[in-house]
Design a protein. Structure first.
Length: 119
């Protein structure tokens, strides 16, 4: 497999779009809409399943293939969106986790960043 770093994947996506002259369409509004559509397609796989059926989706090769494809589509549009608006997705996620750790402290436990509870 080629280098799969987020930066390299974003570069490959940009090159793919540029080779097809798609850049005029890859504006934040369109990318956000496409991301929403792809997320809905992922949801569609699970829409009418029971919790037990949903937990077993990856056991079926056909369903697993669909899930992987939709996850890839969601991630592709998210990375393209982040590039378009100048957001570092890993930094944004790390900051959000830190805010959530403060916003939703562990009941009766340590609330500092990085605190983990054993389950």
């Amino acid at each position: 497999m080629q280098d799969a770093s987020l930066g390299r994947l974003q570069q490959r996506l940009a090159e793919f779009a540029a080779a097809r002259d798609w850049q005029p369409f890859h504006v934040p509004k369109n990318l956000a809409a496409a991301l929403s559509v792809e997320a809905a397609e992922l949801l569609e796989i699970f829409q009418w399943l029971t919790p037990e059926q949903a937990a077993a989706v990856m056991d079926d090769p056909g369903s697993a293939h669909r899930v992987r494809d939709e996850v890839a589509d969601v991630l592709a549009y998210l990375l393209q969106f982040c590039a378009a608006v100048g957001v570092d997705p890993l930094a944004a996620l790390a900051a959000k986790i830190e805010r959530n750790e403060l916003r939703f402290p562990v009941p009766g436990g340590d609330t500092g960043p990085g605190h983990r509870t054993e389950h």
